[in-house]
Write a protein that binds this ligand. Structure first.
Ligand code: FAD
Length: 307
């Protein structure tokens, strides 16, 4: 079993940046993630990351990944199924290998929430999607809906409006939820975007592909024909590994101290999976750096105590 100083779970901005720092501290590091670049690789255009006026999320993350690998950090595309702690180290079981590490950084991010309607799973990839950046181009001249009223729903609607004939934004509340002000102006200026407030999707219709949805507005129900439905109703933390390790969480988000230690010694956490307000690439990266710096200090202290 290969042994590392540090195993980092997650190949998003938090995990990669933690690896960048532990690599520079000369710690033997393995970064394992299911998706290179994490959630950020889905971002069509990133305009708020320092140093780039405008860059695709994929390109930004590819560059960061290369920077990490250039330091000699091992990066593996794999799923971590289990982390177990014995006396002084952790044993990690992945889909394609087992490893040991002295310290763990959990940078597992979040996953998208689903509507929870019948046929949602069967129609995913057949009209139902959770990523406008990835799938918008399939809907040229088609009718699509976006469910949700936050900033990411509006951003998705804007991307879709470049391709689709018509985009409905379907939201159950009476006004959008904390969008960037510029985003509201942008959607209002689009002729092919229509808002449907106080509206709920109650059924997804279609056998081989999505054909229509049923919606409810007050007591009235009606059918809208649609080729695509993009679900943007928020996300939930990937904190299963943390919970199995006994790490404390709040509403599923990992609790850390200011230096990114969790409640379990030797386990650190960073990024969207932690209980911190701003869920962005820049904060995830900063927290990854903090976790790496803290674990480096802790590792040195452990080594002094062992002498
Ligand atoms: C469409 C879209 C556009 C966005 N645009 C912007 C933007 O313009 N600017 C901005 O700052 N932010 C943006 N964001 C938010 C940004 O992507 C996140 O804040 C950021 O990616 C969080 O980084 P992270 O490293 O914490 O988590 P993530 O990027 O979610 O990465 C988590 C990683 O952990 C992996 N993982 C989870 N569990 C396991 C496991 N058991 N085993 C192995 N791997 C695992 C995941 O596969 C993933 O690779 C956007 C998000 C989306 C979805």
């Amino acid at each position: 079993m290969e042994e590392y100083d540090v195993l980092i779970v997650g190949t998003g901005p938090a995990g990669y940046t933690a690896g960048l720092y532990t690599g520079r501290y000369n710690l033997k590091t393995l970064v394992v993630g299911e998706m290179p670049g994490g959630m950020m690789s889905e971002a069509f255009e990133v305009c708020n990351f320092p140093s780039h006026k405008k860059i695709s999320g994929m390109e930004l993350m590819n560059r960061l990944g290369e920077q990490v690998k250039d330091l000699g950090v091992d990066v593996k595309l794999d799923t971590v199924h289990e982390i177990k702690r014995d006396d002084r180290e952790f044993r990690i079981r992945c889909e394609r290998g087992e490893y040991a590490a002295k310290k763990i950084v959990l940078a597992t991010g979040t996953k998208r929430l689903k509507l929870g309607l019948p046929r949602e799973s069967e129609l995913t990839g057949r009209g139902v999607s959770y990523c406008a950046t990835c799938d918008a181009a399939f809907y040229g001249e088609k009718l699509v809906g976006v469910v949700g009223g936050g900033d990411s729903a509006l951003a998705s609607a804007l991307i879709l409006s470049e391709y689709a004939e018509k985009v409905y934004i379907i939201y159950r509340r009476e006004e959008f939820f904390r969008p960037e002000p510029i985003r509201i102006k942008e959607v209002e200026n689009k002729d092919n975007i229509e808002f449907m407030f106080e509206t709920e999707v109650i059924s997804l219709n279609g056998v081989d592909k999505l054909r229509s949805i049923d919606i409810k507005q007050g007591s009235e129900e009606k059918v809208i024909e649609l080729d695509g439905l993009f679900i943007e109703i928020g996300s939930t933390p990937n904190s299963e590994l943390a919970e199995d390790l006994g790490v404390s969480t709040v509403d599923g988000y990992i609790k850390t101290d200011r230096e990114r230690r969790t409640s379990v010694p030797g386990v650190y956490a960073a990024g969207d999976v932690i209980d911190s307000p701003l869920k962005q690439a820049i904060t995830a990266a900063a927290q990854g750096a903090e976790a790496a710096a803290t674990l480096y200090d802790d590792l040195k202290r452990d080594q002094l105590q062992d002498r």
